[in-house]
Design a protein around this ligand. Structure first.
Ligand SMILES: *Cc1c(COP(=O)(O)O)cnc(C)c1O
Length: 413
């Protein structure tokens, strides 16, 4: 029985999305005419470098020497024992340089920008995590970097704003509307249209117009490819369940893309249920959304009656986006991935359980995926092997956690 990467897996990655950027009925390019040609130019450049041996070898070298890849898979044996007979394994993306998976696509986007002869890379950021990862890539490649950030988020995320500035990035305050992530994306797209010649827009997840959802998935694929080899080496077989949290969906697509062809392995995406299923209290887009268009692509969307993106909430600021990557929408439609919800409270319990029992403080985003594994370990009728993508570390969340949840004694009895 061969457990090496199935050729069907690379076929899928090769042929999905179609040439127009559609994953089933989701995705595509819904941008002003001025940007259509720009997107084609990015597509062509990506096609070229993704086949270039030089690009592949430079990216490999960056991943190894600068980021610290491969990240390990870790058997959380003590936590597993607390919960029952199932075994939980963690893919340690928190051990990447800068503390999360986002650096995987930001370094590759930096390489693409250099290849295209761009002087500047630009992006939006919400909590500042994508901004810090891209600012890091800009410093590495000697590129200028502008990060668009809502004024409300700038006030809330002072340490990340300082990090970006220390790295030499300009943080541009966005002052319209709710002054948070959605407005930051609007402003960044506007700035991109002003000067697509000197700038490259480096989107923060598997969202936006084609080719971004494909490109970011391919750049994150290393997570799933490594994890598949590592868990087979560790346990002698494939896991029964692989689970990851879904904001825009990049860490989940990276992980799932390594296992799509392994039909005996269940894939679970985890969305934030926030304070509950009432509109405005959560950000569970695939679970409660309907078809719509946001930021240049078609997807399931949390929207009001007029089709405007609805307000969303999650305790994890990296998960509160009203849209979601088009490939996840397609994988929901085909049934290959099942999508589940975890509320703020269950995510915080997982945050404290992992900290106390394993000495690993996870990001609150990643705690959602972990909470799904904990739920399965507690309730499953048979013991299973569960692989969790631990997308990031929790250092960025400590002030917020202490102020709102204390040190967790209530959760860890
Ligand atoms: C940004 C972020 C996420 C959410 O983004 P995806 O594109 O859904 O992966 C998840 N975990 C961490 C640690 C993040 O920083």
């Amino acid at each position: 029985m061969s457990q090496r990467q199935d050729p069907a897996a690379s076929d899928y990655l090769h042929n999905t999305p179609d040439d127009a950027g559609f994953f089933g009925k989701h995705g595509g390019v819904f941008v002003p005419p001025a940007l259509e040609g720009v997107m084609r130019e990015v597509s062509r450049a990506y096609e070229t470098i993704s086949r270039s041996a030089e690009f592949i070898s430079e990216l490999r070298s960056i991943r190894k020497h600068f980021q610290g890849r491969p990240t390990p898979v870790y058997h959380a044996a003590r936590l597993s024992r607390k919960l029952g007979a199932s075994q939980i394994y963690l893919k340690r993306e928190d051990l990447n340089h800068t503390g999360a998976h986002k650096i995987n696509h930001c370094m590759a986007e930096g390489l693409l920008a250099r290849f295209m002869g761009k002087k500047k890379i630009i992006a939006e950021t919400g909590a500042g995590q994508h901004g810090v990862a891209l600012a890091t890539a800009a410093a590495y490649f000697g590129l200028e970097c502008d990060i668009y950030m809502g004024e409300v988020d700038i006030a809330k995320q002072a340490p990340n704003v300082a990090r970006m500035q220390i790295l030499g990035t300009r943080v541009i305050p966005v002052k319209h509307g709710l002054k948070t992530l959605k407005e930051a994306v609007d402003s960044c797209l506007e700035a991109y249209m002003q000067d697509p010649v000197n700038q490259l827009y480096c989107i923060g997840s598997v969202v936006g117009p084609h080719p971004f959802p494909r490109m970011v998935r391919d750049f994150q694929h290393v997570v799933g490819a490594e994890a598949r080899d590592q868990i087979i080496e560790m346990t002698g077989r494939l896991p029964e369940v692989v689970t990851a949290c879904v904001g825009g969906g990049s860490n989940a697509m990276g992980m799932f893309s390594g296992f799509l062809a392994d039909t005996g392995t269940e894939l679970h995406g985890v969305e934030p249920l926030g304070r509950g299923p009432t509109p405005g209290e959560h950000s569970a887009t695939l679970t409660y959304g309907s078809e719509g268009v946001i930021h240049g692509f078609r997807c399931y969307l949390l929207q009001d009656e007029q089709g405007n993106p609805a307000p969303v909430h999650s305790v994890a600021s990296g998960l509160d986006y009203p849209g979601v990557g088009p490939e996840h929408c397609h994988l929901k439609d085909t049934g290959r991935v099942s999508y589940h919800t975890i509320d703020d409270e269950a995510a915080m319990e997982a945050f404290f359980l992992l900290s106390r029992h394993e000495g690993i403080i996870p990001a609150i985003e990643s705690s959602h995926a972990l909470a799904n594994a904990i739920r399965l370990a507690r309730t499953g009728e048979r013991p299973r092997s569960i692989l969790v993508n631990l997308s990031g570390r929790g250092d960025k969340d400590l002030d917020y956690v202490i102020a709102n949840y204390g040190t967790g004694d209530r959760y860890v009895k």
